[in-house]
Design a protein around this ligand. Sequence first.
Ligand code: HGY
Ligand code: MN
Ligand code: MN
Length: 407
Amino acid sequence: MEIKSILAAIDDLAHFSQGDRGVTRLAFSDEDQAARQYIERLMGEAGLTVRTDPFGNLIGRLEGTDPKAPAVVTGSHLDTVPEGGKYDGVLGVIGGLAAVKRLSHEGPLTHPLEVVAFAAEESSRFSHATMGSKAMTGTANLIAWAKARDEQGISLAEALARRGIDLGRVKEAVRSRDEIKAFLELHIEQGPVLERTGNKIGIVEAIAAPTRLKIIVEGTAGHSGATPMEARQDALVSAAMIILAVQEIALERHHQGTVGTVGVLRVHPNAMNVIPGRVEMGVDIRGVNHESIIETIQDLKDEVSSIADSQETPVAIEVTASETPVALDEELIEICEAVCRELDVPYKFMNSGAGHDAMNMAAVVPSAMILIPCRDGLSHNPEEYVDAADIMQGIDVLTEVLRRLAQ
Ligand code: HGY
Ligand code: MN
Ligand code: MN
């Protein structure tokens, strides 16, 4: 029975993970490689021809009756955040494959169908998000990628070389816009809206894009016991004030859909008896209202400089990513809506707070996203969970939309 094999595949993939809490399958890790090989096998068994592009994107293809017709593409990613869930990204790859398999049993459609497992969608390892789809759409930041290193100091180039991929050839992964007719991504919502409103499908109108900052606070390391309180430049105290400022400033703009998070905090030398001399923070600001994001960043810069002055701890701010929110394709959105209506599936138009490969694909080809609810809106968390019935409903809608686009 189809749902059984889909759930089994999701569970199998969850075993390709490091550690014992949730799923940890970082980009180009051994676990990621094992997951890709697993998907490659499933694609082959489904009768797709499989290739890996010059950046490591895995592409399964089912020919149509017209070999010159542009492909209708679906897919998502297999890599995860540390201690993440087992559905983020995986649902779009397994669900996309299930949809194409269903269509393959009905006989060939005009357009070829493709299922893509994009490489390195999560920024967790190399601090750059959605790298595979950026490589495919020619929007890779090659200068920044050449400098990218993970926590262990392994460069992106080395990590790729271990997989037989040459970073110097990433440009060869670019696909021309006439190769692809449309891109559709099935994904879990990663937030609480669908569950709260009792809808089963989210039709995405716009995808929030991240603006990311690296903030470095320079204090003065000192003896925690012998240094009087009034004689300190404690970098972590300043950092704590900045963290609260991020929250307050983002809360003021919450009504515009802007959110702010400090997800990375590195304290040096991180010793109990040393006043922190230096702190590095990673700040993630998201939203679909570009104006609001710009104002949020400006307010934060003003607040940081006054904290730096009052605490006598100089602060440097580096913008490490500044992507613009993306509106998805109106025609595809209409098709998704028509299919939901015909299948009598309760749906809601919404924005995606999370970033996705569809953001980059939308720059080149008509793209759309359909979301399914996740329990309590939890994601990037070992407790991430979606109902089997919701998975099947998402695949039903995806299959029907793909059919209409490919026939
Ligand atoms: O960070 C994100 O939005 C997603 O997990 N790629
Ligand atoms: Mn994610
Ligand atoms: Mn994802």
